[in-house]
Design a protein around this ligand. Structure first.
Ligand code: B12
Length: 257
């Protein structure tokens, strides 16, 4: 089996700017409600990866350039996750990549506000950075200009240390800059305010548009849009993947593990 140092070198060679390892049983993970064994029974380690955004694009004020940069970075994270799970499989370990963004659980409880795993929490534990006042992972080298991914594996890898010092010094610039005042004094985030502004081109706008249709009964619309099945259809549409069954593949005994 590869050592953690060798694995991290290879993941960097795949194009990751940051990589670290957290133990699946780290007390901090449990404190934050993360349960990697639910995603992979027998999980022992989490490989956290970061790919830097193009600061020029993010700060350009041009949303199309900003979005395009995010799209490219997510693609790179997806590719690294795929390659890392394959590399670990070659070494005889089981591994799963966790989506960097979509799909997320769109159930009535989480309403799309919680990932299968919180990449920021994993990254902070794996030493990639600290959680800033803006609730983002702030890396010493890239600040918050980094997107994250996580690979859960049953390989036992030497975990990295959590940073001793948080790179965020609580200067409050993020709080002052937030156009919807979503960041509270102590760093609490008003998810609703943030989401209705930051991702308004997504589902919130579709719902708003449906409600404005002439002759539409608001109660009927509510019945449709607050149904988790509708959210699932929405998410399948934007992510482009909509299969609901693979049992015939999963049951087949042919091929190696
Ligand atoms: C749902 C979601 C949202 C929601 C909710 C935001 C949120 N804070 O979670 C909305 C739509 C509002 C949103 C907005 C944005 N998002 Co978003 N979002 C996610 C998603 C899919 C799930 C996050 C989740 O599970 N949250 C659950 C809540 C409870 O967690 P939380 O607010 O982070 O709080 C926990 C931690 O902060 C932790 N914690 C606090 N302090 C400390 C200290 C230590 C040491 C530790 C270990 C943990 C810890 O404790 C809290 C409770 O567990 C993730 C992808 C993923 N799967 O992780 C991306 C993600 C968090 N989003 C991201 C980004 C960039 C954004 C936006 C900037 C939008 C944009 N332009 O892309 C804004 C920024 C909002 C903000 N300031 O936080 C990035 C963050 C990258 C980074 N550097 O941190 C992620 C990781 C996507 C990615 N793959 O890179 N997002």
């Amino acid at each position: 089996m590869l050592s953690a140092v060798e694995l991290k070198e290879q993941v960097k060679a795949m194009g990751a700017d940051l990589v670290g390892v957290a133990a699946a049983d780290a007390p901090l993970l449990q404190e934050h409600g993360e349960e990697p064994a639910k995603l992979l029974p027998g999980a022992r380690s989490l490989v956290s990866i970061g790919v830097a955004l193009n600061k020029t694009a993010v700060c350009s004020g041009n949303m199309l350039l900003n979005r395009y940069d995010s799209m490219c970075v997510y693609e790179r994270i997806n590719q690294i996750s795929l390659e890392t799970t394959r590399l670990l499989a070659k070494e005889g370990a089981k591994a799963v990549g966790i989506p960097p963004y979509l799909p997320v659980d769109m159930g009535a409880e989480t309403k799309g506000m919680q990932g299968e795993i919180n990449h920021k929490t994993v990254a902070a534990i794996a030493g990639l950075g600290g959680i800033g006042l803006n609730r983002l992972l702030v890396s010493p080298d890239f600040g918050p200009f980094v997107r994250l991914g996580t690979i859960v594996t049953d390989a036992s890898l030497q975990a990295d240390q959590t940073l001793n010092e948080n790179p965020c010094d609580q200067c409050e610039s993020c709080r002052a800059a937030c156009p919807v005042e979503a960041i509270g004094e102590g760093g609490d985030l008003d998810y609703r305010a943030c989401a209705s502004h930051a991702v308004r081109s997504g589902l919130p706008n579709v719902i708003a548009a449906m409600r404005k249709l002439p002759g539409v009964d608001d109660k009927a619309i509510k019945g449709i849009v607050f149904n988790p099945d509708f959210w699932d259809v929405w998410q399948a549409t934007v992510s482009g993947v909509f299969y609901n069954c693979s049992e015939c593949m999963a049951a087949c005994p042919v091929g190696s593990d």
